[in-house]
Design a protein around this ligand. Structure first.
Ligand SMILES: Nc1nc2c(ncn2[C@@H]2O[C@H](COP(=O)(O)OP(=O)(O)OP(=O)(O)O)[C@@H](O)[C@H]2O)c(=O)[nH]1
Ligand SMILES: [Mg+2]
Length: 243
């Protein structure tokens, strides 16, 4: 596969391979640090304080083979409003499909975090295109079990996340350590995200997917009622005019 193609010179088909990864999560979970790890450079500002470091939506790009990946770093989630603002921003930037990466720090999962993540997960726009990244992988070393079992053991001790995986059918999750130079989990995540993105593109078209659309369960019955209504009027008119 050709690597590092210039996006401007890509064909239409290649441009379709453009991927947007939206990093969302609780304050201090490691969204910006994860963005920098994916980019392999320090682009987004990271911080340690109790005040949000990222205060506005910021983006940067990397070329991964023929795929242009836009990383969207976002302010900490506080309510559904934040997700609405993120989706509005994506639409503004013509990023019609995106994969949401929910960033959670291992060992720092709080009740407040549970509440905000739960709230956004129930949003229709995230369904089928969400994956988890767990940062601070090194903290798993404290677990007294085989290395390959550690993530599973931690997840078992965090039943809320297991429940979300089942309930929202989120089958893809990756543990990373942003302080290390290891990139294998990131590469795996990108592959998964590309597939997820292509699937989303097949299922949706245009920007409509970011809007809170009217569910088909409402659209179909309303269309039938309107159609039958028009038919009745036409028949009535025909009967009246023939009398
Ligand atoms: N040890 C370790 N520290 C991490 C990791 N990821 C992030 N951090 C640290 O955690 C702190 C918060 O990281 P940020 O990337 O700024 O977190 P954020 O989610 O962007 O924070 P807000 O923008 O405030 O919501 C920083 O001090 C990072 O260096 C990780 O994998 N391991
Ligand atoms: Mg940040």
């Amino acid at each position: 596969m050709k690597r590092n193609l210039n996006y401007e010179t890509m064909s239409g088909t290649q441009k379709k391979s453009a991927l947007t990864l939206v990093l969302v999560g609780f304050q201090g979970s490691g969204k910006s640090a994860t963005g920098n790890t994916i980019l392999k450079r320090r682009s987004f500002q990271c911080g340690m304080g109790t005040i949000a470091t990222t205060v506005s939506i910021t983006r940067d790009e990397i070329h991964h083979g023929a795929i242009k990946i836009t990383i969207v770093d976002t302010p900490p989630l506080s309510s559904k409003e934040t997700l609405t603002a993120i989706n509005r921003d994506l639409t503004k930037h013509e990023q019609t499909t995106a994969v949401y990466v929910i960033v959670i720090a291992i060992g720092r999962f709080t009740q407040d975090e549970k509440n905000v993540v739960e709230e956004i997960l129930s949003n229709r726009s995230m369904q089928g295109r969400t994956l988890f990244i767990f940062t601070r992988k090194d903290e798993l070393e404290d677990l007294n079990c085989r290395e390959e079992d550690r993530l599973g053991v931690w997840l078992d001790s965090t039943p809320t996340i297991r429940k979300w995986m089942r309930q929202y059918k989120i089958n893809n999750y990756f543990a990373i350590e942003n302080t290390s130079n290891k990139y294998d989990a990131i590469l795996e995540m990108i592959d998964v995200a590309v597939n997820m993105n292509n699937q989303t593109k097949r299922n949706c078209f245009g920007k409509k997917i970011f809007r809170e659309g009217v569910p088909l369960a409402v659209v179909i019955p309303v269309t039938i009622v309107v159609f039958v209504g028009i038919l009745v009027l036409v028949v009535q008119n025909a009967i009246c005019s023939s009398m």
